[in-house]
Ligand binder design. Structure first.
Ligand code: C2E
Ligand code: MG
Ligand code: MG
Ligand code: MG
Length: 283
């Protein structure tokens, strides 16, 4: 009996594995095709001054418009793309597209804020990254200071010195560096003084629980105080309620981002809502 059970569960395991590898294979070719067929799109979310709510920048968030699946959120395909080794190509697309957008803003609008892009941890140790960014900036003639890369702590855990070299090279170009999801990683804080970081993005899991939940407000306030004494700027992510915004204003947080200030939207919607064309512009 137990033998039968064992065999059945093995059959089930085999069937599941086959389904999984088939799914992976399908997804792999789908992601490759998405790049060729231009099915990816950048959505933009405003990042505003915490005190004045004046627009200071935008975060580019990847969306995949699949003909069959519809709109696919990054959480559903980025981990798989990382596993399949396709993330570098996706990130390159994001870098090029973002520089093209910055050039468009520069030529046709008064908007001179920062455009932040998310780079996969795998990419930071990739020798191509600096070349890719340099080429995209030069090709579109944009100022590097307007481009910001968001990385997570996992980017430099596996190879600290290599990641540091890449970041230093990007800094030399003028590109800004923000640390995303700050407070959720497991690395030592000492890296904050060893890496060329400009900004901390306090993870939304902390913001979700302020100002009510005991402990979280203290953590957020301590992060902001630490950042300020290290000369780092702070963005609070996932601000959804006015009471959260008010709490952050009281702590002299630099920037806020979240549904309260604006949800991610298409580039067209973002331009219509927040970016004003030059008076001389004909487009
Ligand atoms: P992230 O960089 O931490 O981005 C913030 C996420 O929080 C976004 O989810 C955004 O839509 C969402 N968000 C913004 N405001 C609020 C709010 O007030 N409340 C709540 N609950 N959520 C809010 P999204 O767009 O699904 O992206 C998820 C993650 O996927 C990103 O987290 C980032 O790690 C990754 N990602 C997005 N775009 C790219 C990309 O182009 N390349 C790479 N490598 N990763 C990306
Ligand atoms: Mg981000
Ligand atoms: Mg984040
Ligand atoms: Mg995140």
């Amino acid at each position: 009996r137990s033998k039968d059970l064992g065999r059945n569960s093995y059959q089930l395991f085999k069937a599941t594995m086959n389904a999984r590898s088939l799914e992976r294979l399908t997804m792999s070719s789908r992601i490759k095709q998405a790049l060729v067929n231009d099915e990816f799109e950048l959505f933009l979310q405003p990042i505003v001054d915490c005190q004045t709510t004046q627009l200071c920048g935008a975060e580019a968030l990847l969306r995949w418009q699949d003909p069959q699946l519809g709109m696919v959120a990054p959480g559903q395909f980025i981990p798989l793309a990382e596993e399949l080794g396709l993330i570098i190509d996706i990130d390159k697309w994001v870098i090029t597209r973002s520089c093209a957008l910055l050039a468009q803003w520069q030529q046709h609008t008064h908007f001179s804020g920062t455009l932040s892009i998310n780079l996969s941890a795998a990419h930071l140790c990739h020798h191509d990254l600096v070349d890719t960014v340099t080429a995209a900036i030069n090709e579109h003639g944009v100022s590097a200071e307007q481009l910001e890369i968001e990385i997570t702590e996992s980017s430099f855990i596996s190879s600290f010195s290599q990641a540091r070299e890449v970041l230093l090279a990007l800094k030399l170009l003028g590109v800004k560096v923000a640390l995303d999801d700050f407070g959720t990683g497991y690395s030592a804080l000492s890296y904050l003084t060893k890496l060329p970081i400009d900004k901390l993005k306090v993870d939304s899991s902390f913001i979700a629980k302020v100002p009510d939940e005991y402990g979280n407000s203290e953590i957020v306030s301590a992060i902001i105080a630490m950042a300020s004494s290290l000369n780092l700027l702070v963005v609070a992510e996932g601000v959804e309620k006015p009471c959260q915004h008010q709490f952050l204003q009281g702590l002299a947080c630099d920037y806020v981002q979240g549904f309260l200030l604006g949800e991610p939207c298409s580039i067209t919607d973002f331009n219509n809502r927040y970016v004003y064309p030059c008076a001389t512009s004909t487009s």
